[in-house]
Design a protein around this ligand. Structure first.
Ligand code: SPD
Length: 362
């Protein structure tokens, strides 16, 4: 999906110094991941026209980055994928002099993200979140009882429980590097393990519950949860909160909850990076610097319900968001969060093969 955001001639004239060739920036971002006015504000402020394209899978982005000549100026890989793509030479180092708003970033979270990109040389954090469970509170209570507490991956990974929910619709992310570790963790295995036997055990569990899964998709579940068309999703934190907000707008009696299960969950960072062959690298830096403005980042978090790593933005983020443990996990919940390992090519091939088996049943 590609959007060209129109810009008024007034804004172009105001920008003055930029040449015609410089007046475009091509952004490739996750779907449902920006405020409704961010692009317009950037265009008004800089005179640069934004061409905006979206995806819902790291694998899709990675294929483009490794092929090269994508035409994109700014992309948003998740940390573990970023590291592998940096290794393949897919990104250029950031010009820190062009990014004065880097001072706004939380040094602790940037240090955590540096595990994937030494000294944050190639990327800065866009948003971060967890991969947990979104659920329709009423539909689940109807099937499992009012007293059933939704606090465990058992809701999805226990075949007996999943069977009771199948009729109202369980969905999983089409994200093998997230679903396999979640299943492994539920089995008591290390979610970061790259041992083939552990990954195979995770796949076996996913195959067991497969008859109860309505679909594997990483974006459709937002609307489907909101509309009551499905009742349980393995989903990304902010996406589930967006479903919650949409459900309350529709007011069809659907109430959505998000839980980081007791057994733990994946924590991830999505990173702003510039492809090595970006046609408009200067504009890309302007865009990234604009995003790191405290008010702009706060506006995005307030719109998409994802945590950010911009300390200066925090006083501007709605308290409803900063105080929600599903978005900013408690210290206790943080103890059980894991990060994604960087998979080598061999493990990656195994994961792809196992995931195909899980999804197709063969
Ligand atoms: N709708 C925005 C979803 C952003 C999800 N980022 C991917 C995280 C991968 N672990």
């Amino acid at each position: 999906m590609k959007y060209l955001f129109a810009i008024s001639t007034v804004a172009i004239a105001a920008a003055g110094a930029v040449t015609a060739q410089d007046q475009v920036v091509n952004i490739y971002n996750w779907s449902d991941y920006i405020a409704d006015d961010t692009i317009e504000k950037f265009q008004e402020q800089t005179g640069i026209t934004v061409v905006y394209d979206v995806y819902d899978s790291n694998e899709v982005l990675e294929a483009k980055m490794l092929t090269g000549s994508s035409g994109y100026d700014v992309v948003v890989p998740t940390g573990s994928f970023l590291q592998r793509q940096i290794g393949a030479g897919a990104y250029q180092p950031l010009d820190r002099a062009a990014l004065p708003n880097l001072v706004n970033m939380d040094p602790d979270l940037m240090a955590a993200a540096a595990a994937y990109d030494a000294e944050n040389e190639h990327a800065t954090i866009y948003m971060w979140g967890t991969t947990g469970i979104g659920y329709n509170i009423g539909a689940v209570a109807e099937r499992l009882g009012e007293d059933y507490e939704v606090d465990s991956w058992a809701l999805i990974f226990d075949p007996e429980i999943a069977a009771k929910l199948a009729d109202c619709g369980i969905t999983m992310l089409d994200a093998p590097t997230e679903m396999l570790p979640a299943a492994m963790n539920y089995l008591g295995l290390d979610p970061q393990s790259i041992e083939p036997a552990d990954l195979e055990a995770g796949a076996e569990l996913l195959t067991q519950v497969r008859p109860h899964i309505r679909y594997y998709n990483s974006s459709q579940y937002i609307n489907d949860l909101a509309n009551g068309d499905i009742c349980v999703s393995v989903g990304w934190s902010g996406d589930v909160f967006q479903a919650q907000a949409r459900a309350s707008e529709v007011d069809a009696g659907v109430e959505i909850g998000y839980v980081i299960p007791n057994e733990g969950a994946l924590q991830w960072f999505d990173m702003l990076a510039i492809p090595v062959d970006a046609p408009n690298a200067d504009n890309a830096h302007q865009f990234i610097n604009f995003i790191m403005d405290a008010q702009i980042t706060a506006d995005i978090t307030n719109y998409v319900w994802y945590a950010n790593a911009n300390l200066a933005s925090m006083p501007l983020v709605d308290e409803e968001i900063t105080s929600d443990p599903g978005i900013f996990p408690t210290e206790a919940a943080k103890e059980n969060l894991w990060s994604s390992p960087v998979y080598n090519a061999r493990t990656d091939r195994l994961i792809t093969r196992l995931w195909t088996t899980v999804k197709t049943g063969q």
